[in-house]
Write a protein that binds this ligand. Structure first.
Ligand code: FEO
Length: 173
């Protein structure tokens, strides 16, 4: 059984993962409308992964005697300046998610909830990958700069990465 405090904190994380899913969906839609179909597919997949992160929390909370709550989400921004801006937002958003996961881990230590602490290790590992992926993409975009040919190839590469059978947006199953 989880404590009310842990249940509330996990429900706040549900909110954040749900928001992340909607945020990346907004980015995917913007990219698709602008003709960046490969980047759009990558972001659609990323949005699906965030929903999976959210659902994993649902199942855990309910399995441990709590009640997972469907969040009332604020609408994420729908307009962006550039692909560079999108991935800067992805990176800073993932850093924020990591900080929240770390705060949750800390709370579990304080509350001596070692089961939830153990459950959260999956998210700790996932966040290392998510931050590193966003950083790698930003590095590539820096190299590309204003080069339109480079951006064309980048779009194609992200599309290949996101294609069925190529693993998830993270390049893993
Ligand atoms: Fe579920 Fe990208 O954090």
């Amino acid at each position: 059984m989880i404590s009310g405090k842990i249940e509330a904190a996990l429900n706040r994380q549900i909110d954040l993962e749900g928001f992340s899913s909607m945020y990346y969906l907004c980015m995917a839609s913007w990219c698709e409308v602008k003709g960046y179909n490969g980047i759009a597919q990558f972001l659609y997949n990323h949005s699906d992964e965030e929903r999976m992160h959210m659902l994993k929390l649902f199942r855990y909370i309910n399995d441990r005697g709590g009640h997972a709550i469907v969040p009332g989400l604020e609408s994420p921004p729908k307009d962006f300046q550039s692909i560079q801006e999108i991935f800067e937002i992805v990176h800073s958003h993932e850093v924020k998610v990591s900080n929240e996961i770390n705060a949750l881990v800390e709370l579990c230590m304080q509350e001596k909830d070692y089961t939830t602490h153990n459950f959260l290790q999956w998210y700790v590992t996932e966040q290392i990958e998510e931050e590193s992926l966003a950083r790698n993409i930003l590095d590539k975009l820096k190299l590309i700069g204003e080069d339109k040919g480079g951006m064309y190839l980048f779009d194609r590469d992200l599309g290949t990465m996101a294609a069925p059978g190529a693993g998830s947006a993270h390049g893993k199953k």
